[in-house]
Design a protein around this ligand. Sequence first.
Ligand code: ACM
Ligand code: ZN
Length: 559
Amino acid sequence: MRVIILVFIILFAFSCNNKYKNAENKDQDYQIIPQPVSIQPSNGKFLVDSKTKISASDALQNEAGFLAQMLSYSAGVTINTGDNGNIQLQLDDTIENEEGYTLSVSYNQITISGKTAKGVFYGIQTLRQLMPASVESKINPTGELTLPAVTITDHPRYQYRGMHLDVARHFFPVDFIKTFIDLIALHKMNTFHWHLTEDQGWRIEIKKYPKLTEIGAFRNGTIVGHHPGTANDQIPYGGFYTQEEIKDIVAYASERHVSVIPEIELPGHSSAAIAAYPNLSCFPEEPTVVTNDMMSEKGKAIQDGGRPKIVQETWGVFPDVYCAGKEETFAFLQDVLDEVIPLFPSEYIHIGGDECPKENWERCSNCQQRIKTEGLEDEHELQSYFITRIEKYLNSKGKNIIGWDEILEGGLAPNATVMSWRGIEGGIEAAKQNHDVIMTPNSSCYFDHYQSEDIENEPLAIGGKTTVGDVYAYEPTPEELTDEEGKFVLGAQGNVWTEYMKTTDYVEYMILPRMTALSEVVWTPKESRNWDDFHSRLQHFSKRFDAMGVNYAKHSIEE
Ligand code: ACM
Ligand code: ZN
């Protein structure tokens, strides 16, 4: 009898083994975004169960932990790390691309190899998409978790794959910033451009200048409706991130191989800083103007009480900018940057540079004196002086600058990277001058635009129309560039200006699925991009959004 039972057990085990070893997989088991460079499906399924173990070297413990947590959620059992695991994470010097990886899944073994830990992390992100969407809900599923056998070789097309978020027009809590970073990582993007200072709010604690957040982080009201607005809502609004919160977010991003680039905007879009420290303006006594008489009652009362500068309450471009003539301005900005630099390990600091009206500089004796003593031609060269001086300071601290494409005007600072936003021309010009370029043209990469024709049924947006298809069709390297010049195009980024995005749901709706399209633009080989195929994969991918509980534009996904 015992022998019979033993034989039965062996046969059962063998048939189970065979069941997974030879299991057939379907096309729908391999729906990955961004589309990998090479993907070869095969027969067999890897079963994740309590015997599954992850082995990784010391250098890959962060990635092993990430994977163990994901699999534990997904399989409903605790997945351990240790020696002789059936999941191997490893570094492989023979992989050329810094972010490249190979992933092999067979019925009894998973191996992820990367040139770096970043590559291994991206291999894990791909593995994630080989699992059912329900894994995103972090609720233990019922049933077996299996992964389809496959061999994938993959690397990104561009080294810079970014998402920008304006937290100044509207402020978003730390938890949402982490969700935003999670989405960046899910899409194998690698940069979070954090727009931290604006006319309508200063959002980063600077210990040497406490009024930046005491005064500058709060406005006394906001216009209602589309600019110029129908009224002021009279509701005080604001918030800021402490340096401790910023450290926490940067560490969170770093674990997900996302680099955080802070933007400290200068010389324009500086009303909030000027409200806190009026001497930074060319004209400290001149009152802040909120266009179309849309200032809040409280704002007016503050001005009547003798404080002429207030944090802006409407949207747009304002003439009250940092004075380029006073030394005080540069001392302030250097002090601010001295506190910003240690918080962000990124190679880059974004210094803005866009939309700086020159009218105050034209009538300011300090600015005119600066033009004279520096032998400058005009106010455009004064802007170039401003940017170059800040660049020199940041270079001396080991940082490089990125600026919006207006920094081309009056001459480019020597080491600057240009973010081309008003179109692609700035990017072309900068690349031809042998400067690095990041493409964010508003026609394709501005996720504050409407995303359908049906504006009546869309939430309020700034204007324009950029559909998910428009984003997908975008080609970041302009054809005007030679192959050599094209190498200066580091990549592309989606920009999220939040004048009209008051809530986190709203932001999610505006970015998804447009950032999904962009993720494939910046990762997948140009010749492998195919709209119909992408759109079909998007049907599967969007189920992850459902399971994650994030909002998205469903009409942009429907057939
Ligand atoms: C910008 O959109 N003003 C860079
Ligand atoms: Zn001035």
